[in-house]
Design a protein. Structure first.
Length: 185
């Protein structure tokens, strides 16, 4: 079982009360403390530690070939599904025009990118319920306003802590769109 460290962030937010007036209240949200970003070499070394019969250079070669082929397929407009991991697919942002005859991909498409959707199959580790049940969470209180830690910590399996998994994007958090605050990245 893994452990994800959670930092408690205190923020002052505006909420509406019963008569539709806004008031400021202090709320506490959770934010993941990321350990580090693992490189291709780090992952190849980790795979080797799990008893792989392949040497590190072979693992790196296979992953590099997978990366190259995925880029080629995505650039050709394919979705790429990696069973048990998720699906990558090309996306675009386009400006609309009033008349279809005036639409030009070179002029109206403003961004082309790649999106990822985690595998949501029954046995997937990446489903919210599976992640919640398979990791333990430890927290420490941190005030975003003062930048000081209070030293208060707690830990436990998140499966017992509940929450309905609302989302709010970005590293800096922001408002809560319902349910528990989740870090978007």
């Amino acid at each position: 079982m893994g452990e994800i460290q959670i930092q408690k962030i205190q923020r002052t937010v505006q909420v509406k009360d019963g008569d539709n007036t806004r008031k400021k209240v202090q709320k506490t949200y959770g934010k993941i403390i990321y350990r580090k970003t693992l490189s291709l070499d780090d992952m190849a070394e980790h795979i080797m530690k799990h008893g792989s019969v392949y040497t590190e250079d072979v693992v790196i070669g296979v992953i590099t070939k997978l990366k190259t082929c995925m880029q080629e397929m995505l650039a050709d407009g394919h979705k790429v599904k990696l069973d048990g991991i998720g699906t990558l697919y090309p996306t675009l942002t386009s400006e609309g025009v009033d008349n279809a005859k005036d639409y030009s991909p070179s002029e109206n498409i403003t961004r082309v990118g790649i999106a990822f959707l985690a595998d949501q199959s029954r046995k997937s580790m990446y489903k919210a319920r599976s992640m919640r049940d398979s990791v333990s969470l430890s927290t420490q209180l941190y005030s975003e306003l003062t930048g000081e830690e209070t030293g208060t910590t707690e830990s436990g399996n998140n499966g017992s802590q509940g929450g309905n998994g609302g989302t709010s994007g970005g590293d800096n958090g922001g408002g809560n769109s319902g349910g528990d605050y989740n870090e978007g990245d």
